[in-house]
Design a protein around this ligand. Structure first.
Ligand SMILES: *Cc1c(COP(=O)(O)O)cnc(C)c1O
Length: 358
């Protein structure tokens, strides 16, 4: 089914930001997508309208009980001027799972991707061209019933906003820089049975405390451990974590506490294709420390839409410091970054069928 949306163009277009000083998530394009849901009526009135404030009842459910979800993805401009999305149907399928967990209405992947394509198409000029830049896409759904009872709402808004973003690392000429990561052994992100696999605001608001503490220790992010034993490695900040020990790359299994990243899935598929052993299995932080001591810890890196691949140079764990290999960028992280970023931006042929043209 093909969905149709109305378009109301802005009469006061903004000035485009300087591509050389773009930060993450600070400037937004001229238009946004908005669509309503009502029980009995379903999703309706999909529309592209000028970017602007929302008017919501202060009793709207989202403000009180956090019934909401979000997604994150990017549109890239290729050197020959095409615009492409990276595996958007995976974000659509993840949205369905998140919505199911949050008692929010299902949304047809064709409607989800169709709305993104329609908005990005209207905002084509907002996709920066400079190396390392892209257009970040933030779809989200909020419950806006004005009712203070704790129950699933009957009215929702699906909104998409767009933000031109610069390179994740501030390095002349592009590339990656190794990060310092704080192993968080007190606060937890998600427990089995909770909503760790869903991209819902509550998971992130509750993580700020640990992130602040990590920053106090000079670290960019936290490495989350499991909620029961505070022992098994789970995720790094808002990205998935990979550990290369010996000839095996290990990442946490999807048991309900891990956000199933599109980048994570792509990393696993590439490693399999390259014949590099990759395992989704539980791994204790103690075994990571032991591997570092024995010299078998080759690399640690994180994966996610924002940075694609983010190598870890150092772990801070219980007042000690673990330098990973020589503290630089490992060869697997580099190869994954080059391949994923190349496919996303069209400098490498997409032999995986991952990109979708707008
Ligand atoms: C979004 C997110 C990721 C990465 O997902 P991608 O689809 O690869 O961007 C990983 N962990 C958490 C907690 C996240 O919120």
């Amino acid at each position: 089914m093909k969905y149709e949306f109305t378009i109301q163009k802005t009469t006061s277009p903004k000035e485009k930001p300087d591509p050389n000083t773009l930060k993450f998530g600070k400037t937004f394009s001229d238009h946004m997508f908005v669509m309503d849901f009502e029980t009995g009526k379903g999703w309706h009135d999909g529309r592209i309208v000028p970017y602007g404030n929302l008017s919501l009842d202060p009793a709207a459910a989202v403000f009180h009980y956090g019934q909401e979800m979000f997604e994150g993805m990017k549109a890239y401009r290729t050197k020959d001027g095409r615009i492409q999305l990276f595996r958007p149907y995976m974000n659509a399928e993840r949205t369905r799972k998140t919505n199911e967990r949050m008692c929010m209405p299902d949304i047809d992947p064709e409607l989800f991707v169709g709305a993104i394509k329609a908005l990005v198409n209207v905002e084509r000029d907002w996709i920066p061209e400079k190396e390392g830049t892209s257009l970040y896409i933030r779809p989200f759904i909020i419950a806006d019933d004005p009712f203070l009872g704790v129950q699933a709402a009957n009215h929702y808004m699906f909104i998409i906003i767009l933000s031109p973003v610069g390179p994740y690392y501030d390095i002349p000429g592009g590339g990656m820089a190794p990060t310092k990561i704080f192993v968080e052994d007190e606060y937890v992100r998600a427990a089995v049975g909770g909503a760790g696999f869903a991209k819902v605001g509550g998971n992130y608001g509750a993580a700020l405390k640990a992130q602040t503490r990590a920053a106090d220790h000079g670290c960019a992010q936290v490495l989350w451990l499991d909620a029961i034993e505070h022992s098994y490695v789970e995720e790094i900040g808002t990205s998935n974590a990979f550990f290369m020990i010996g000839d095996e790359v290990i990442t946490a299994p999807l048991l309900g506490t891990i956000l199933p990243g599109v980048t994570r899935a792509s990393v696993i598929e590439l490693l399999n294709k390259w014949g590099i052993k990759v395992s989704e299995r539980r791994l204790r932080i103690g075994d990571v420390v032991k591997a570092a001591e024995e010299g078998t810890l080759g690399e640690i890196f994180a994966s996610g839409t924002a940075a694609v691949i983010s190598p870890v140079g150092e772990l801070k764990f219980k007042n000690s410091s673990i330098i990973i290999a020589d503290g630089g960028v490992g060869p697997i992280a580099q190869r994954l970054y080059d391949t994923l970023y190349g496919i996303q931006t069209g400098t490498l042929a997409d032999d995986m069928g991952w990109t979708v043209e707008v």
